[in-house]
Design a protein around this ligand. Structure first.
Ligand SMILES: Nc1ncnc2c1ncn2[C@@H]1O[C@H](COP(=O)(O)OP(=O)(O)OP(=O)(O)O)[C@@H](O)[C@H]1O
Length: 224
């Protein structure tokens, strides 16, 4: 899906001060492309992903994600759009500690599809990320890398057209990192748009284009 951000600003109020996190962001991401975003800690990368997922709204500007006008759409409309089209791999995984791995992966689709189908799909994805032998484990029993792979499997449950990845390989060893990047490449070849935030400069070689965020501004735009 095509994505367009125009004159986008985002700030947070802490009660003491206003933090201007994203400043006048202009960005076009063509359907099926792969953008890699790097930048120092606190530069606004996660905030940008939150706007691209329509979890949060900008203060000003235009945010168009496929058919969704994220600035004017109501919360329910944004949630439904996310569920249909977006896979989000969160930096902190956001697993439900009270549910086992399989249930964590099934959760996004459970309210909407037959349980048997959802289970089959979740098991296929857990196989793909090499975790089928952990499917009945609780998150507290997993290593950081296993949690991350669970989060990756869960993000793929809805066959997302747009995949937003926040440090998706930060907890993985090189072998698992390359395996996960291989999975993302396969999905990308099938047409998904990918936006990947990373500190790992090795990963910038995968995308079509990249930029750095610095202090909430885009710098160093590079076409690969
Ligand atoms: N809900 C919030 N309330 C107040 N400030 C926030 C909030 N969310 C983020 N910030 C601030 O916004 C700035 C950008 O945060 P963000 O998480 O987008 O950075 P980042 O580039 O993803 O950092 P990292 O690489 O460390 O994950 C930081 O200074 C952070 O403290």
């Amino acid at each position: 899906m095509d994505i367009k951000l125009h004159h986008v600003n985002k700030s947070y109020e802490t009660g003491v001060e206003t933090i201007n996190v994203l400043k006048d962001i202009d960005l076009t991401i063509e359907s099926g492309s792969w953008l890699t975003i790097t930048g120092p800690s606190g530069s606004g990368k996660t905030t940008l992903l939150r706007l691209l997922s329509a979890i949060e709204q900008a203060d000003h500007g235009q945010v168009i994600i496929g058919e969704l006008d994220a600035m004017t759409a109501l919360e329910a409309e944004r949630r439904s759009f996310r569920r249909k089209y977006i896979g989000y791999i969160f930096q902190d995984f956001q697993l439900f500690n009270q549910f086992d791995v399989l249930t964590n992966v099934m959760i996004p689709l459970l309210p909407y599809e037959a349980k048997a189908n959802v289970k089959e799909k979740a098991e296929t994805l857990l196989d793909m990320v090499g975790l089928n032998n952990r499917k009945n484990h609780m998150p507290s029993q997993l290593s950081g890398g296993e949690k991350q792979r669970t989060a990756i499997a869960r993000a793929l449950m809805n066959d997302p057209q747009l995949i937003l990845c926040d440090e998706p390989t930060g907890n993985l060893d090189l072998k698992n990192r390359d395996q996960m990047m291989g999975i993302l490449q396969d999905i990308h070849k099938k047409g998904a748009t990918i936006v990947l935030v990373t500190h790992d400069l090795e990963l910038t070689k995968y995308g079509d284009f990249q930029f750095e965020l610095r202090n909430g501004e885009i710098v160093n735009r590079i076409m690969n």
